[in-house]
Design a protein around this ligand. Sequence first.
Ligand code: HEM
Length: 133
Amino acid sequence: MSSNADLVFQSYGRACSQPEFFERFYTIFMGKSDDIRAMFVNSKMETQRGLLRGGIMWLIMHARGMPDTKIRALGESHSKKNMDIHPMHYNDWLDALIETLEKFDPEYTLELGQTWRATLLPGIQMIQNMYHD
Ligand code: HEM
């Protein structure tokens, strides 16, 4: 029996091995609002896509029981006093990720999408809660 975090890990492996995965993610994510698009105007997206690959992996590893050091680092960099990423944007982030997975994981189902959400949520909430710290 695979745990939910294992199912998510395997799904990520199927999806993120395709080079267009992260490109499509940012197209979908930035399409969610002008505010989000504006935050990346000066970003080198090729670098950013590589960083996100690792960031999602940290969230999955956290769900599999890894210590929260990397998640706390994301909470710190995305906090008000650093990059100032308001907590409300994480809903769009997660929706964009699920929409991208739907397109790239050939074994995607609605249930798997829900499993993804439930698995990443604790790590995302930890990042959101560090906004004001
Ligand atoms: C849990 C979800 C997220 C993950 C895993 C994530 C991951 C990352 C990572 C790994 C970096 C590289 C710098 C660092 O390590 O801190 C980064 C930078 C960044 N993230 Fe996020 N991020 C998330 C959510 C968001 C959201 C919701 C926004 C808001 C629009 C956002 C905007 C940015 C921006 C603007 C940068 C800097 C880009 C640059 O260097 O030009 N992130 N993110």
